[in-house]
Design a protein around this ligand. Structure first.
Ligand SMILES: [Zn+2]
Length: 211
């Protein structure tokens, strides 16, 4: 019912914008066959092109800035990779439940964060992987947790968890806390304990104080 109303509203809006566009074009050129059609932007389910990636990156960036004051100064480049182009190493990453990876890239004094995310993930999964890899980019940029392998991974997982909860993807979120691996599972449990102890908003400042 609601989506039917939405469809109706969009069609009306389309013809209104079309009319407006035609009037302007007729005034300017004397004739017009302008037609405005809404692109079903919001409807995409799988992230498989750079424009979708960019749109979601903006949302993830805002989440990190607004909720955790995490701001990256250096530019971020997101690359989607397809399962067929996996190296054995990337294949291993995928096996361990990670579908992205982070690589710093330095050229003289210019640093760029390169983030690889598997092509074709759902919006939630894509955002989760992106927030995870952006955490690693931030850790590198501010030079935090250099000798804390477990906490380093834990922080990325915890932010991924926080984002998924925020999106209402509870099942995906709880999958993260149930991981049995020492590095991946141990890290996030340590972080959840830390959150209980100091409160959500003090978690990142506390980790930064461990410099
Ligand atoms: Zn990681």
């Amino acid at each position: 019912m609601l989506s039917l109303l939405k469809q109706k509203f969009l069609r009306k809006l389309e013809s209104f914008i079309t009319l407006l566009g035609r009037i302007i074009e007729v005034i300017l050129t004397g004739s017009s066959d302008y037609k405005f059609v809404f692109q079903p932007f919001e409807a995409f389910e799988k992230v498989d092109n750079p424009i979708q990636a960019k749109l979601l990156f903006k949302e993830v960036k805002e989440f990190l800035e607004n909720k955790f004051s995490i701001r990256l100064k250096e530019p971020v480049v997101i690359e989607l990779f397809s399962p067929t182009s996996l190296s054995w190493e990337a294949g291993l990453y995928q096996f361990s439940g990670l579908m992205g990876r982070y690589r710093p890239c330095s050229l003289k004094t210019n640093n760029t964060h390169l983030i690889y995310v598997l092509k074709g993930l759902s919006r939630e999964k894509f955002k989760g992987v992106l927030v995870h890899e952006l955490s690693h980019a931030y850790q590198r940029e501010v030079g935090m947790l250099k000798n804390e392998k477990i906490l380093k991974e834990g922080m990325a997982r915890w932010l991924e968890y926080k984002l998924l909860i925020n999106l209402g993807a509870l099942r995906e979120a709880h999958k993260l806390t149930g991981v049995k691996s020492w590095l991946y599972g141990g890290g996030i449990r340590k972080m959840l304990d830390l959150e209980d102890e100091v409160g959500e908003e003090r978690v990142i400042p506390y980790l930064k104080s461990l410099l």
